[in-house]
Design a binder for this molecule. Sequence first.
Ligand code: HSE
Length: 417
Amino acid sequence: MPQQLTIGLFGFGVVGEGLYKILLQTPTLNAQIKKVVIKHADKIRNAPDELFTTDADELLSDPEINVIVEVINDTDAAFRIVSTALKNGKAVVSASKKMIAENLPKLLLIQEATGAPFLYESAACASIPVIRNLEEYYDNDLLSAIQAIANGSTNFILSRLFDDGISFSEALETAQELGFAETDPTLDVDGHDAAYKLQIILAHAYGIICQQNDFLFSGIRNIGLRDAQYAREKGYQIKLVAQARKLENGGLAAFVLPQFIKSTHPLALVKDEYNGVLIESGFSDQQFFYGKGAGSFPTASAVLSDISALSYNYRYAYKKLAQNKGGLGLSDDYFLSIYLSFEENTPIPLHHFESIEEWHREPGFNYITGRISVKTLWRNELWRQRGQSLILLPDAISDKPSTRRDTLKASLEAFLN
Ligand code: HSE
């Protein structure tokens, strides 16, 4: 028999209100919200006044409440709420990807000590059931790669830039109005949000627990109209892709970077606030998950699915962590094929490139494409500067340096020196 769930909800913003409305339409779930904790008591809300309180302890110590759902913006407060609720023996559902990604080691220990379940499907790719699938379905040995568009706001902005030709700031404003963007939208635009999601995905896909600065990530801030023009000429789209791929050296390549995507690639279908996850796995080859990655109801639908899973006593087993035991780790020993566009008079350190494919110069538009080692990208932050835009070429990852003799690089170096 499914358990009766009495919910204490923290947060009544985009996701909290969405969940409240969805629960009203799903009576068979046997789950009711008893109280909602809000920060500002004087705001007008579309729900009865008696539902709301500003007293967190009222919910955290209420023995009748057996599930805490936390969908607030404040990372530190979210961690306090989640850890206290788990310690008080309550099941917890959270949508706070930053809080989860930053505190996963502590949250694992608390789950182990308390035995209380903690679910967060909505924290990665919102409505796409990626965490539970990675956790339950895929064997670690066979999961060779994951490529994900994991941030709805940046995908929305890139779609608007490409399809409607509107400006970056206008597109970001719309993403904010529609409730896709974070309260601090730099988290979206600079790639942090996609990187938090990649951290969560790595834990459930490969049993790798890492911090954000353990892998390379950037966002879409430096992408300009010229880059979009280059993409169009080549028949590509530009997407911010969070990805992981097993390398021949036994390590895992993982990063979040913008990438040119061929029109035949499944991720090219992913537009607006949608997310997409392409999984490559032994024997099954490619599988593609697609769904809304941001917004009130899509995110709340994943929270609802966690609540429903709790009613059947579901919990994450963290199977890959148990399987991995430190065997598979992140590697920086591989190469990426990149496109780097830059402004006139920017010194481009050609010697950093391991090989060069193309070099283009015209007034107002300069770019270079070639292969570079990830260690060099880590050490050399030049490409993050304004006026420079680094975008991965399709099929960017290679294990080994190029073996062909790079005559273009040699002649360019001679020409420029
Ligand atoms: N700001 C996030 C995004 C919300 O745009 O994907 C969903 O996690």
